[in-house]
Design a protein around this ligand. Structure first.
Ligand code: LMR
Length: 394
């Protein structure tokens, strides 16, 4: 019977990973999938995670099931990391999920239970898998304008005009920090205006926060999420531990549903547990346990935060080097936005043809919309890439 299934489209980002692997050129540069790499091109296991893993190996006595929501200590630690003291803990329902993507999927599922005719407002552009999941779930997507091709910043007026069309029963998907794929972000004044607009329209906010600590710092990157959760009566938050704890393959994420009071929280917790049970039953535990150990042990936490800060600063350094190099080669400031963008990605704002030339002629792999993973660079490859961009006509 399976011959009746239409061939599914390949994921653009994952297809790029394969194409890069297949390329025999030794000097090829991988700026595709969002995985952090150090200056040697290695994705390291963070020191605190390695230590926690050793401790866990010694201390763990059972692999029996946790609860449907995962270990409550993981929820507590992550709610504190993401939300700080912005909302009462008693108002937050949470479940561990397989990665941030699992949380995104559960969030859409929950919203669909609430409103079968759900419309989801998504930034144009957004992470391609947001769109793919929504399509798979046959949910209606409403793109809102976000990126200004001319400035490579946020087209805030257009964004606000489009979001004004949202209404109660709609979900508005926002990137908490480090917008993927563009790297262009709102400032706090703009976030406040978005909050005021959401309050006016009655739409529900859903925040995807996958890069906390990669932009301006752990606290700074959570600021918008905290403002939104504190101001709106209900907010969904999908958070990933893949990047900031470097535990990509452990599939560690969490979905939080912030409610206005503890009565609504109890209902939400039941809904989230139910959704976990239907979709995969118990969530993975290993990564969640490591995260909990790191966040609750002051020494491990300090070491983790210090290493994360090193990662953040190295990406910022590469951004500045890249902007300067392009300024020198092009004689113009038109790539200055690279130093303003935050997070792992920047959209370079060049044509798909130029992206293809970079791949074919220079062995540079970036996503077709010209999203590049800054962490795929190092001090030596920045000038090589800058020269390739200019030579290719950028
Ligand atoms: C990315 O955008 O490259 C990452 O979030 C990895 C992925 O799963 O696509």
């Amino acid at each position: 019977m399976f011959e009746t299934i239409q061939k599914q489209p390949a994921d653009k980002i994952l297809a790029l990973v394969q194409a890069f692997k297949n390329d025999p050129r030794p000097d090829k540069i991988d700026l595709g999938v969002g995985v952090y790499k150090n200056a040697d091109g290695v994705t390291p296991i963070m020191r605190a995670i390695k230590t926690a893993e050793k401790q866990l190996w010694e201390a763990e006595t059972t692999k029996s099931y946790t609860g449907l929501a995962g270990d409550p200590a993981f929820s507590d630690a992550m709610i504190e990391l993401v939300l700080g003291a912005a909302v009462p803990r008693a108002n937050v329902a949470a479940v561990a999920t397989p990665g941030g993507t699992g949380a995104v999927r559960q969030a859409f599922d929950m919203a669909k239970l609430a409103n079968p005719d759900l419309r989801v407002f998504v930034s144009n552009p957004t992470w391609p898998n947001h769109l793919s999941i929504l399509k798979h779930m046959a949910l209606e997507m409403v793109p809102y304008r976000y990126f200004d091709d001319a400035t490579c910043g946020v087209d805030f007026d257009a964004m606000m005009t489009d979001l004004a069309q949202a209404r109660k029963g709609d979900l508005v998907l926002l990137h908490g920090c480090c917008h993927n794929p563009t790297g262009a972000n709102l400032n706090l004044t703009q976030w406040q205006a978005v909050i005021d607009l959401l309050l006016k329209t009655g739409a529900t906010a859903m925040i995807d926060i996958a890069y906390q600590g990669f932009g301006d710092g752990l606290e700074e990157d959570a600021a918008a999420t905290r403002m939104i959760a504190a101001a709106l009566p209900e907010t969904l938050i999908a958070a990933s531990c893949s990047k900031n704890f470097g535990i990509y393959r452990e599939r560690t994420g969490i979905l939080m549903a912030v409610a206005a009071d503890s009565g609504a929280q109890a209902l939400n917790q039941g809904t989230l547990n139910y959704l976990n049970r239907q979709n995969f039953s118990f969530p993975p535990d290993h990564g969640a346990r490591l995260v909990t150990m790191v966040l609750t042990d002051p020494q491990l936490r300090a070491d983790w935060a210090a290493e994360l800060e090193e990662v953040r600063l190295s990406m910022l350094g590469l951004r500045e080097q890249m902007a300067q190099e392009l300024q020198r080669l092009s004689g113009s400031d038109r790539f200055g936005f690279l130093a303003q963008h935050r997070g792992m990605f920047s959209r370079l704002g060049v044509s798909p043809e130029l992206v293809e030339t970079l791949r074919a002629d220079f062995g540079v792999y970036m996503v077709g919309d010209s999203r590049m993973n800054i962490a795929g660079l190092n001090k030596t490859t920045v000038p090589v890439l800058a020269e390739a961009i200019i030579k290719a006509g950028g």
